[in-house]
Ligand binder design. Structure first.
Ligand code: GDP
Length: 400
């Protein structure tokens, strides 16, 4: 019995000991080790970001600036380059004499439809009524205008009759003579740009936007410089935002100063200042690019009259050149009429003759205004503006 009680006591003690061990083992597994306990009191101290932490919020460290980064040494030739951009070189424009002869191929469209067309019709064996009608049609299609066409056809009829037999050379000579007569060989086509005792010659350039007015003013500055004149430009087209910049660029290329005002400023006061500058600099010619607004707006056209009146406070205006786009046909003639009512046009510049078969507009517009074509535009190049010479023009039309 004593042995039994002893065995039970031992068993109870053993079971108790084992249970105690198991419980304490479990507790030990559940508690985190002391070192991994979260620190919730102080914020983390700032530190350098580690590799792979680019997306982490920026640290408090002061950032390095671009100025602190050392640049690699520049190659020698770059290091020697001037810090300031070089001023644009002043160009020496092509001489103007014979320009039209050099640019004659630009008139090829008018040559094919007008000059060659007339020659081949006149060369027909029988010049019957139908042929004369075709001749008339050719002239009208080339924008020569009704009255000049009728006059020319009458003269050709008479002269061909007198001629009797017609060799190609005779016909060419006859047609040349009659066309030169029609274009007007005796008109004074010089652009008045010679300085007066009191001050520079003043040339106003007028016309509707888009006809090539500003470009023409720039090219005309080159024409004058090429002929030995000194020039000041007035950017009085304050209506079109880019016009003043455009003109200034043209001027800089030939060393001519451009007087300009604020965008939308008063064109008359800019024109006045340009002439004042021209007097101060003692130049030969002041070229003023005027505001080329729609001619249908009476008020705006009045503005052009004002530009002229204000400029005349310095002295007379020598030239008012009307720029017309040769490709616009009848529309160009309407513009010419309206401009002529506002200012006294003294000369016509026909632009874009390189882009049309209607070279006859030269004749029509002179008739309309009673003033000569003085210059023609034959392309977009800087020296594609040529003094108008009737002989060279007609030669270009009928070919060699
Ligand atoms: P503005 O609004 O009348 O001052 O016109 P711009 O002077 O700006 O010229 C209008 C466009 O006509 C430009 O693209 C010029 O290069 C072009 N232009 C001017 N004259 C001629 C010309 O004689 N022939 C050709 N093909 N284009 C021209």
């Amino acid at each position: 019995m004593e042995y039994v009680i002893l065995a039970v006591v031992i068993a109870v003690v053993a079971v108790g000991a084992i249970a105690g061990l198991v419980v304490s083992g479990r507790r030990r597994q559940q508690l985190p080790p002391k070192s991994q306990a979260p620190v919730i009191t102080a914020p983390p101290t700032p530190r350098e970001p580690a590799v792979g932490e680019e997306a982490a919020p920026p640290t408090e460290e002061p950032r390095r600036t671009v100025e602190e980064v050392e640049l690699p040494a520049a190659p020698e030739e770059e290091a020697e380059a001037p810090a300031e951009p070089a001023a644009p070189a002043v160009e020496v424009p092509e001489p103007t004499a014979g320009r039209l002869v050099r640019l004659r191929s630009r008139l090829s469209r008018s040559q094919n439809s007008l000059g060659k067309g007339l020659l081949s019709l006149l060369s027909r064996e029988h010049l019957d009524e139908d042929t004369w009608e075709e001749i008339e049609e050719t002239l009208l299609t080339a924008d020569v205008g009704v009255a000049p066409t009728q006059e020319l056809v009458e003269r050709l009829r008479t002269r061909v009759k007198v001629l009797g037999t017609r060799t190609p050379d005779e016909l060419r000579a006859l047609l040349r003579e009659e066309l030169v007569e029609l274009v007007g060989k005796d008109a004074d086509r010089t652009v008045r740009s010679t300085k007066h005792e009191a001050g520079p010659a003043v040339v106003l350039v007028v016309g509707v936007n888009g006809v090539g007015k500003t470009t023409t003013t720039g090219k005309l500055a080159r024409v004058l410089v090429a002929d030995g004149r000194t020039v000041v430009l007035g950017a009085a087209d304050t209506f079109r935002a880019a016009a003043a910049d455009q003109l200034q660029t043209w001027g800089e290329r030939v060393g001519a100063r451009t007087v300009r005002g604020p965008e939308g400023g008063d064109p008359a006061s800019i024109a006045f200042d340009a002439v004042k500058e021209g007097i101060a600099e003692g130049v030969d010619t002041v070229l003023v690019d005027t505001a080329g607004r729609l001619h249908t707006k009476t008020g705006l056209m009045d503005e052009l009259g004002k530009v002229k009146r204000v400029v005349e406070k310095h002295g007379p205006v020598d030239e008012v050149l009307l720029v017309l786009d040769a490709t616009t046909g009848q529309n160009g003639l309407i513009q010419a009429r309206v401009f002529a009512e506002v200012v006294d046009i003294t000369g016509i510049v026909l632009t874009k003759l390189d882009g049309t078969a209607k070279g006859g507009i030269v004749v029509a517009v002179q008739r309309e205004l009673g003033v000569p074509v003085k210059l023609i535009g034959l392309g977009e190049g800087a020296d594609d503006l040529a003094p108008f010479e009737p002989g060279a023009f007609v030669d270009a039309l009928i070919g060699d």
